[in-house]
Write a protein that binds this ligand. Structure first.
Ligand code: NAD
Ligand code: TDX
Length: 351
């Protein structure tokens, strides 16, 4: 094998798309998928590639220092693509320490293993930190986040990702560890856990349950098809400048309420229900604490320097996403059984 890449969080939403992409596009790379299989991690996301000869799954915790050190001793790991994280803002409001532990400590443990085991060969090694636009805080009606934006995280999730990003940069400056960071906007597509807005709305419409819209639904997000994020990760992994940052976004801003209404209309059509049936399920609920008003990304650097651009229009992507959820009922039932039910009741019923 040409090189061995450790992908963390590969059983989650974006991670599973990254693993599939690298396993199928780069048979010359050995792909190790390290994941703790928390509520958000599911090996069913990868059944189509699990028998590929260049793929191996390893169950483990990125915060377990002895285990991570041993992993780096056992395998000659050349590069890390780090996605493992606690990723849901509402959960970070309920239980912030879990986010500090996984996102800050977990990233530090991985960086430290790289520092101990790598010879700082800039060509050979890379620690790739997959991060979020939420580290930049909240925008008003105008303007965009870019690589030059000031960090201003406002949720425990965003602050924990910001802390991790700072550690990555500190390891670059202090130890010359070869690193790169990308900060991406909201992803959507198949295999997203149904605590996140788009799959939650699809599922609730299907089950004729209320659609919870926080506040007045005026908050804006910039949505990107998950595989377009993966294509960006591939380009940055292979051609990104060491020590630098790339912001990634779909140039596709939607107010939550408009997005929810779009999904309602498409669901009515796809389920053969009379127009307006799904919209009647929209229920305005108490706003998220510290709810960021607007995210929007200026992705001109990655477009100009690496030639990246989104390949899937939002109309196409959202329609494909709905079709995927409607045809993957068994997957949906598996991931929503058990503890998800408790979370859902705490988040939407009890408060
Ligand atoms: P996800 O919650 O779907 O997946 C996270 C994965 O990490 C799960 O498989 C989980 O089992 C694993 N994990 C959690 N704790 C772990 C631990 N201690 N050790 C090992 N594995 C652990 O998340 P996602 O939405 O796919 O996001 C992946 C990454 O991309 C995160 O770092 C997130 O911050 C970042 N990101 C997400 C978005 C988005 O819109 N979802 C946008 C930008 C950046
Ligand atoms: O039930 C809901 N009702 C609602 O109005 C949920 C779950 C969300 N919302 C709103 C909150 C946000 O304004 O919809 C918007 C999107 O919410 P989420 O899907 O929870 O995403 P967000 O908080 O924007 O964060 C996401 O994008 C950045 C990911 O979860 C993060 O991991 C990523 O870093």
């Amino acid at each position: 094998m040409e090189k061995t890449i450790l992908i963390t969080g590969g059983a989650g939403f974006i991670g599973s798309h990254v693993v599939r992409w690298f396993v199928t596009h780069y048979p010359q790379y050995q792909i190790l998928n390290l994941d703790l299989l928390t509520y958000a991690g599911n090996l069913e996301n990868l059944t189509d590639i699990e028998h590929q000869p260049n793929y191996r799954f390893i169950k483990g915790d990125i915060t377990d220092e002895a285990f991570i050190q041993q992993l780096f001793t056992q395998y000659q790991i050349d590069a890390v693509i780090h996605l493992a994280a606690e990723s849901h803002v509402d959960r970070s409001i309920m239980d912030p320490l879990a986010f500090v532990r996984t996102n800050v400590l977990g990233t530090a443990v991985l960086l430290n293993a790289c520092r101990r085991h790598w010879d700082m060969n800039l060509e050979k090694h890379l620690f790739y930190q997959v991060s979020t636009d939420e580290v930049y805080g909240s925008l008003g009606p105008t303007g965009y986040f870019s690589e030059h934006s000031r960090y201003d995280p406002r949720s425990p999730y965003a602050a924990s990702k910001a802390g991790a990003d700072h550690l990555v940069r500190a390891y670059f400056h202090t130890y010359q560890l070869p690193v790169v960071i990308s900060n991406c906007s909201n992803n959507y597509g198949p295999y997203q856990f149904p605590e996140k807005l788009i799959p939650l709305v699809i599922r609730n419409i299907q089950q004729n349950k209320p659609i919870p819209v926080y506040g007045k639904g005026e908050n804006v997000r910039d949505w990107l098809w998950v595989e377009d994020h993966v294509r960006a990760i591939d380009l940055i992994f292979h051609h990104g400048k060491r020590g630098e940052t790339y912001t990634i976004g779909g140039n596709n801003e939607w107010k939550n309420i408009d997005l929810v209404k779009l999904i309602c209309r498409l669901m009515d059509e796809k389920l053969g229900r009379p127009p307006g049936s799904s919209e009647r399920l929209i229920t305005f609920v108490k706003d998220r604490a510290g709810h960021d008003q607007r995210y929007a990304i200026d992705a001109s650097r990655i477009r100009q320097e690496l030639g990246w651009e989104p390949s899937v229009s939002f109309e196409e992507g959202i329609s494909r996403t709905i079709d995927w959820y409607l045809s993957h009922q068994e997957w949906l039932e598996h991931v929503t059984s058990g503890t998800y039910q408790q979370y859902y009741e705490q988040q939407y019923v009890i408060r």
